[in-house]
Design a protein around this ligand. Structure first.
Ligand code: FES
Length: 121
């Protein structure tokens, strides 16, 4: 049986591993609530996965989120680069994906025409 001290150390180590992982990879998050899916979120998700695979990009995690209450802006896609604000894009179509990946995910430049919001991390 581990002591309380061992468990505390283990917890600290896991938290710092998580922090390193979090800071080292870019996240792409697709809104896949009901309205997102109705607006084409599945197609956008497929386009994102295809683009990442085609460009052989590494260290990018793609995940989905639920409804955030902005139906009119779906499909919503967030990009979070390490140590940068979370940027939300709206009304994203599969044809917008190559630009978002090339400009923002790879080069860190926000795609102004699709920009709807920013959250400081
Ligand atoms: S289902 Fe559209 S904002 Fe929630």
């Amino acid at each position: 049986m581990k002591t309380l001290e061992d468990l505390k150390k283990l917890r600290e180590q896991l938290q710092s591993d998580r922090k390193v992982r979090k800071m080292s990879s870019t996240q792409v998050i697709v809104g896949m609530g009901t309205c997102g899916i109705a607006a084409g979120a599945r197609e956008v998700m497929i386009a994102i996965l295809d683009e990442i695979a085609q460009k052989k990009l590494e260290d990018i995690s793609v995940c989905q989120t639920d409804c955030i209450g902005m139906c009119q802006q779906e499909v919503l896609v967030d990009v979070v680069r390490p140590n940068e604000p979370r940027i939300t894009y709206g009304r994203v179509k599969p044809t917008d994906v190559p630009k978002i990946i090339a400009e923002h995910v790879v080069n860190g430049r926000i795609v102004e025409e699709l920009f709807v919001g920013k959250i400081e991390q």
